[in-house]
Design a binder for this molecule. Structure first.
Ligand code: CA
Length: 224
């Protein structure tokens, strides 16, 4: 299921968006101020962020900048109150991907969201690269220096999380939530065991990993 973070402080609009996008089959979380948005945008893995401009504490422009500085690459769709805001979104190098001007029609917004999600995950891009490894998601295999290794479903999901958060620290808890789901009991040790197996497949020297790096006391960081 694709996950969308909605950042909107007007309760009616937030609720409308939430119901509408849930109906469309997305998993949705709503936050209503800029500070929380910056934090949630960083600490969880999202497929898309819908970000209002006028927000309490930090405005949408600042949130967008925060997230891009923190290397969050999630597509961001800005909700702007007026045409000048839209100019700002597109004119400044904020890192937003698209904007919709308020008042918007739910139908238009849904179409923009679908387009952004498609752009972010084009179907032809089933092969991703980390260092000298090619990860073929469609064939569930990893190719490295002419060798092919099979990848398990768990390993594929973990790699997806690592690629989505590349360059940033991801906690074991985040990995568990993304790979197994938040309602499932999985210990940190299980995550570590799978990482060890992945490193054996990916790393030139699994004891000195260069791509799935341990961050002491927190989790991991993927370096492409
Ligand atoms: Ca607002």
């Amino acid at each position: 299921m694709q996950r969308i973070l909605i950042v909107e402080d007007e309760p009616d609009i937030a609720l409308g968006l939430q119901l509408d996008l849930r109906d469309e089959g997305y998993e949705v979380e709503t936050v209503c101020d800029g500070e929380t948005a910056s934090r949630r945008g960083r600490e969880a893995v999202w497929d898309l962020i819908v970000l209002d401009v006028m927000l309490p504490r930090r405005d949408g422009f600042e949130v967008c900048r925060d997230l891009r500085r923190a290397k969050v690459r999630t597509p961001i769709l800005m909700l702007t109150a007026k045409a000048q805001d839209a100019e700002k979104v597109m004119g400044l190098d904020l890192g937003a991907d698209d904007y919709v001007t308020k008042p918007f029609s739910p139908r238009e917004l849904r179409a923009r969201i679908r387009a952004l999600l498609r752009r972010a995950a084009p179907e032809g891009e089933a092969v991703r690269r980390i260092g000298d490894c090619e990860i073929d998601f469609a064939r569930a295999e990893l190719r490295r220096g002419g060798e092919r290794t099979d990848l398990t479903a768990i390993e594929l999901k973990m790699l997806e999380v690592f690629l989505q958060t590349a360059g940033r620290v991801v906690t074991r808890k985040q990995v568990i939530d993304e790979v197994w789901g938040s309602g499932v009991f999985v210990t940190d040790r299980v995550v570590d065991t799978h990482v060890v197996k992945l490193r054996r497949k990916m790393e030139a020297d699994p004891a000195q990993p260069r791509h799935i790096v341990s961050v002491r006391g927190i989790g991991y960081r993927c370096e492409e």
